[in-house]
Design a protein around this ligand. Structure first.
Ligand SMILES: [Zn+2]
Length: 314
């Protein structure tokens, strides 16, 4: 086991990602005029990128070990913790074997963890003399499903996202892009610890508090957060469409039932910015005591279906 965790090749690649990150951080900070202190950021990025790669790979290796490295374990682990490679595996598994096997998944995790750490170090998001160790560890292990999408946001937002930088932005345990990828104009979009399309809403603003709650939902609940959030949307879509047609307000019913009434949204709005979630038609706006038990049912139902598919796959 230890020999697999500390295998030479992945260690060298993790270190390589760290070195690339360090060079990148050095260039970016020098261009931004940081002078000699750029070296410190380069060192931080070297450590977070290399360690992120190592920790993510180690975490997935341990999870796969728990499942005896079977095909089912590979499919479930890849789906729960890296989402999209898991979707590829689930589909290919239906026709034979998961395309991305144990080795492929370990390398995938290494690259994802490395890119999470690289961006975290480059933008100095973790407050090391506070929750930084925990936020970093959770983002590259238990919360890596959300972080995988966070990496995609980083990649999409390169060059036009406008990453927050400087004194009020750094060490706030999350990335903030003022522009960048969004699902709906005027709405922020947060995955893992990456907030996209935030406009000018800096740390301390209500919107930043709202999105920070999503960041922590992902850290605490790991894959269960992402899948129950999306599962709610998927399950509520058809009922919302039907009720919306009857009530002659399709757009609003879908927007409220699928998005605003998603329990994780209800929680974030209630804590941070409840005024932003009101509607004259009261039945569109569900309270948390209704949304949470329903979410447990929805998530439980989806998990049961998934478990059935996996067991049939044996
Ligand atoms: Zn939200």
């Amino acid at each position: 086991m230890l020999a697999r965790i500390f295998a030479l090749e992945p260690l060298l690649v993790a270190l390589g990602i760290g070195v690339v990150g360090a060079i990148l951080a050095l260039i970016v900070r020098l261009v931004k005029g940081d002078g000699a202190s750029s070296l410190l950021r380069a060192l931080e990025t070297l450590i977070t990128a290399a360690l992120g790669a190592f920790l993510a790979r180690t975490f997935i290796l341990l999870v796969l070990e728990l499942g005896d490295n079977t095909d089912a374990a590979v499919v479930v682990t890849s789906l729960l913790f890296t989402i999209w490679p898991g979707v590829i595996n689930l589909v290919s598994w239906a026709f034979g074997d998961p395309i991305i096997g144990v080795n492929g998944l370990l390398w995938t995790a290494l690259v994802i963890g490395g890119l999470v750490g690289l961006n975290d170090g480059l933008w100095a998001i973790h407050r090391w003399l506070g929750p930084g160790v925990a936020t970093f560890l959770l983002d590259v292990t238990w919360g890596i499903a959300g972080s995988t999408n966070g990496v995609l946001l980083h990649l999409i937002n390169i060059g036009w996202g406008g990453h927050g930088d400087g004194d009020p932005e750094n060490r706030k345990s999350a990335h903030r892009y003022s522009s960048g990828f969004r699902l709906k104009s005027g709405f922020a979009f947060t995955q893992g610890a990456v907030m996209s399309n935030m406009g000018g809403r800096t740390p301390g603003s209500d919107l930043h508090k709202h999105e920070s709650i999503h960041v922590w939902q992902n850290r605490i609940l790991g894959p269960f957060f992402w899948f129950s959030y999306m599962g709610w949307m998927a399950v509520l879509f058809l009922p919302a469409l039907i009720v919306g047609l009857i009530a002659k307000s399709v757009g609003d019913t879908i927007l409220y039932w699928c998005y605003y009434d998603d329990p994780w949204e209800v929680m974030a709005y209630e804590i941070a910015n409840d005024y932003a979630r009101t509607h004259p038609k009261k039945w569109l706006c569900w309270p948390l005591p209704v949304a949470i038990p329903l979410n447990v049912l929805v998530t439980g139902g989806l998990a049961a279906v998934f478990a059935w598919i996996v067991s049939v796959g044996f």
